[in-house]
Design a protein around this ligand. Sequence first.
Ligand code: TEU
Ligand code: CA
Length: 557
Amino acid sequence: MQKKWWKESVVYQIYPRSFMDSNGDGIGDLNGITNKLDYLADLGIDVIWLSPVYQSPNDDNGYDISDYRAIMTEFGTMEDFDRMLGRAHELGIKIMMDLVVNHTSDEHEWFVESRKSVDNPYRDYYFWRKGKPDGSEPNNWGSCFSGSAWKYDEQTDMYFLHLFSTKQPDLNWDNPKVRDSVFDMMDWWCQKGIDGFRMDVISLISKQPGLPDGVPGENGFADSGSANGPHVHEYLKEMNRRVLSKYDLITVGEAAGVTVDEAKKYANADDSELNMVFQFEHVGGGENQHPHFGKWDEKKMPLPEWKANLTKWQTQLDGRAWNSLYLSNHDQPRCVSKFGNDSDKYRALSAKMLGTCLHMLQGTPYVYQGEELGMCNAYFDKIEDYRDIESLNAYRDLTENSGVSHEQMMQYLKDVSRDNARTPMQWDASGNAGFTTGTPWIKVNKNYKEVNAEKQVNDPDSVFSYYKQLIRLRHENEIIVYGDYELLEPDSDEVYIYTRHLGNEHLMIMCNFTDHDVDASEDTFERIPADAEKLIGNYKDDAKKTLRPYEAKVYKY
Ligand code: TEU
Ligand code: CA
């Protein structure tokens, strides 16, 4: 397999609004990030994925961009950005920018022009359509943030398309001028010296010709059928040719609705499109009781199904494409709350177990801020504490239109709201967890006195120290990066055990997903020679065949 630096890297995601506030206005900012770069260097990560820092009215916390070449006022200035980039580079850390080009803000100059008249030069930068004869929306597509994907605009008596919020109009990638504008802007950032792009919902950029009605539940994303649309690979190849291939970048496409077969194209080892994609199957749920409730009432996927899913990605991309590895990000609940056990007793143990399970797979691992501390879901009790547009819109929509009770909806939010991941980073036990001296824009998790960085950085048994070790092991062992993968005990609904192989070397990764003792099978255990080295584990001693609650261990032989 071809060696690449981005295959050997560990990426750390920063959600700037919640990372570190340097000036007491309650909002994280670029100088806050610069001040904490030493912490990240200590953790040992190679690349930072910076969620959007561009000028934005913040309808969706920066995923609605009004100027791609300016920094959001609340986050600082372009000089602050340059200083952050320079300092990161001094520390050997690369910066991957979030590229949000499926849509812009409605306050972006392109859209401001576009909405003015049907013959404005920017009209075709977006999707404008007449309503149906009865005046209703042009088609039945829904927005991911509730309601129709169309918004009526009086100025020209037409609707525009927005797959996300009404302030996030979709760009029309079929227009070559849109592609020129986007590629110019990307090139401008590359010239500045950034190191890569994480591409927001890039799988949605090619819409179905004619924008036909979708079959609810069958046409994928928002019933639009936009995921992996007819020209997406053509446009990405063009982007690769015109921009990406001119620089040495790390690229990852967020690919809602991507299948393994599609991923083989997006992330092809021939370097024609992107390095890797974020797929969603393993963070999605099992079946849901009310299909139109979407993600809110998805059941947890049974472990055998989850393992089979990850295994499919591991084995089918091996040698042909490349996996990204993640359990959490700014859109997902905290992984220790979702996949582990966030009780006092098992929080740290299960956080380490999940880290082991993920970091020993083939692919590039992503750590979301606070994951390295075992941060947990927010569990806000009051709707007033939520900030996320998706959560607030869904609350309104489901309680008002779908008969969901307030209590039920609050439970949904506690389990899956994106705000669970957006509470401020917990730096220390002082007020507001050391995130700000002012009032944070969103409440700090109640457990910050127990769970914080200051407490963990110098504690060899902490989740932080464990993650540090996981990251170091990847840097020191080629087998973790390049080895192939085999699943053992596929039917167990208690343990996830797999092996990795490279040349004559083997790794055995054993993870207990339950709160009780589980014995690995005789067959599994026989594979581990007596002189095997225990590379890492979250219990000090070794109970050999028995995996204790949330135990994880890795043998090398
Ligand atoms: O997310 C798109 C996406 O597919 C989802 O994860 C989605 O945000 C939703 O939460 C599903 O429940 C990206 C960004 O990561 C997200 O933060 C933005 O809100 C969205 O695109 C629009 O830019
Ligand atoms: Ca600030």
